[in-house]
Design a protein around this ligand. Sequence first.
Ligand SMILES: Cc1cc2nc3c(=O)[nH]c(=O)nc-3n(C[C@H](O)[C@H](O)[C@H](O)COP(=O)(O)O)c2cc1C
Length: 349
Amino acid sequence: MGVVQTEDQKAARIKRKDEHLKYFLMSRPSRSNGFTDVVLQNNSLPDVDYNEISTEYVFLNKYIDSPLMINAMTGGTEYSGEINRKLARLAVKFNIPIAVGSQTVAINDPEAADTFIKVREINKDGIVIANLSAGSDIDDVYKAIDMIDADAVQLHLNVVQEMCMAEGDRYFRGVLDNIRKIKALSEVPIIVKETGYGMSYRTVVKLYEAGIRYVDVSGRGGTDFVSIESLRNIEVDCSFLKEWGIPTALSLLESRKASSDMFIICSGGISKAEEVVKALCMDADMVALGGTILRILLEQGYDAAEKYMEELLYGIRMLMLLLGTRDIFELKNVPYLLKGEIGELARSL
Ligand SMILES: Cc1cc2nc3c(=O)[nH]c(=O)nc-3n(C[C@H](O)[C@H](O)[C@H](O)COP(=O)(O)O)c2cc1C
């Protein structure tokens, strides 16, 4: 935690940013996020007009157009800076929050910092969220927040990824204490997030007891750092972890069971309107998009990403109508059924 980096380590960290993007594109989500086991039922008497439906929401004291956000992904190099600018434009266009990728690379390097600062410059009034490892020093957290005038800061937990990287961290003691300390000293809300392997009931209970009130479950079923790291390096064989992780839908159920008043962001392989709506019916407070939007942006360009967002929002409104709900809060009262693996696992929670 808070280890001073050598020049070689800094250079390796910068190089890793672009490598992650390259190998992310080569890897494909291949595991279920669990939402196919969640069933919503048609309401033939919705008693709602389509034009009444509103997805408006308030997050961190700001109005947003829907309870969606763009999750932490990148920044720090010229290429990733360009991606950040496009993601920031999307966030402005759809008036949704955006989190930048880990800012460690930029803490002591003004050139790298610019690739994050641009996100705030493009998104002057919207919600921009900082991102650092949960093991970071409080001074670095302050710097990350100041760098982009952040509305909140995400602290990421990425043990699986670190263990799969030959050069990755091997020291994980004291992270919860560090989170507690950051929470006590930070002036902006703290969101603790996973990075694709899901939070369990016990993890969320511990975070709640440490004073955390925002989590992002970031479950299994989408971006998979085990595959990314397996493609990037051959020194560590982590192929046996192919099935590791808590499917997003299950992680959401576990997190809600752990606390009724935790603000839960549901992410991990979310790509369809149906998944967003199911997550909200299962009492997620918000849904975050990561790899899905990044892949469309990189493979098909900015206009395709905009079109994807428009279709996603249309699908969400359409499903809200079919469920007889006028706004996001009414979704929380829509019953859902669980079947298959998630149904079985949920029964033993
Ligand atoms: C290329 C790439 C880089 C990422 N970098 C970060 C990061 O710096 N910090 C972080 O908290 N999460 C990072 N993530 C993880 C995402 O925020 C998210 O938790 C994870 O990808 C699961 O969501 P998804 O399946 O929708 O992608 C990254 C994801 C991708 C695809």
